[in-house]
Design a protein around this ligand. Structure first.
Ligand SMILES: [Zn+2]
Length: 301
């Protein structure tokens, strides 16, 4: 079973006919579960509808930093009710900061990011984080709001941790020199704060810091892009137990379909690439990323 931990069946560009076609295609694919992620009020409502109509669809509701400017306290209250009253809504998201497009003023983005973190903490729900060109501030706000507190982590079962430390090599600083060996011990990083840093685009060091705090790293199509050495280094350095596979469909289509609209069945190519980087069988990567997804979103199969 393939698990797509981040998709947008709720995308406003789909006509009803296209959406039904897509649902039928996913139904006939290897994909077993998708999590439909809200990005504003309307899309969150469509997510709820999708989870009610489609057996294998679960959801997250929330307001994306792009749409933070549309948010107010009334909407925050309505989001809370939505999340509380629908059993298949499994997370708050996507929420965060986007300083690349700056479609909402930064102070407005910060304000509603904080409010929605508090909502997830309050409801004991996982959170799905969007962070673009705002690495350090996203991390700071999550820490300040207590997203990684012991109290938070105590609410969720611990996760399986690797038995051995992870080893990777740094590119040599000078030509002719041997690469430097780095060992990172994740064997005690068992606390799970249920914070998914979706479409992770930061450095290996930042990923390691997040994992040690109790976060999960979301990996999608860009991992298959030729020049994306940064995310390959991230996947190399962190154990598979801390990685979820996602599509972010209809965006970020993996190779070999890059340039076309993305869809959940293409999560296969993300998982194949993860397996290749990790040097394991594709089936094993399918199994572990699937288990990670079920655990993260508290889905009982
Ligand atoms: Zn998304």
């Amino acid at each position: 079973m393939l698990f797509d931990s981040h998709t947008h069946l709720n995308n406003e560009t789909y006509t009803e006919e296209e959406r039904l076609e897509l649902v039928a295609e996913i139904e006939n694919s290897q994909v077993g579960i998708v999590v439909d992620i809200g990005f504003d009020w309307e899309s969150s409502l469509r997510t709820v509808k999708n989870t009610e109509e489609i057996e294998w669809c679960y959801g997250a509701v929330g307001v994306h930093p792009h749409d933070a400017k549309t948010m107010d306290f009334e909407m925050a209250v309505k989001l809370r009710t939505l999340a509380k009253s629908h059993k298949k809504i499994k997370a708050i998201g996507e929420i965060g900061l986007d300083y690349h497009y700056d479609l909402s003023p930064r102070d407005v983005q910060r304000k509603w990011f904080r409010e929605q973190i508090r909502l997830a903490l309050d409801l004991d729900l996982p959170m799905v984080i969007h962070s673009r060109e705002a690495d350090m501030e996203t991390l700071e706000i999550l820490k300040e709001e207590g997203a990684f507190s012991q109290e938070r982590k105590a609410k969720f079962p611990k996760r399986p941790v690797p038995k051995e430390a992870t080893v990777y090599y740094l590119e040599p600083a000078e030509e002719g020199k041997a690469p430097m060996k780095k060992t990172v011990d994740f064997t005690k990083a068992d606390g799970d704060a249920r914070v998914d840093i979706h479409c992770f685009s930061g450095s290996r060091e930042l990923a390691i810091e997040y994992i040690k705090l109790g976060a999960t790293i979301g990996v999608d199509g860009p991992i298959t892009y030729k020049n994306n050495k940064k995310t390959v280094a991230v996947v190399e350095a962190i154990p598979l137990e801390f990685i979820m596979a996602e599509t972010d469909a209809p965006y970020l289509t993996p190779v070999p379909f890059r340039g076309k609209p993305n869809k959940s069945p293409y999560v296969e190519y993300v998982i194949r690439k993860i397996a290749e980087i990790k040097g394991i069988e594709y089936e094993e990567a399918v199994k572990i990323t699937g288990e990670n997804g079920l655990r993260f979103f508290n889905i009982e199969e």
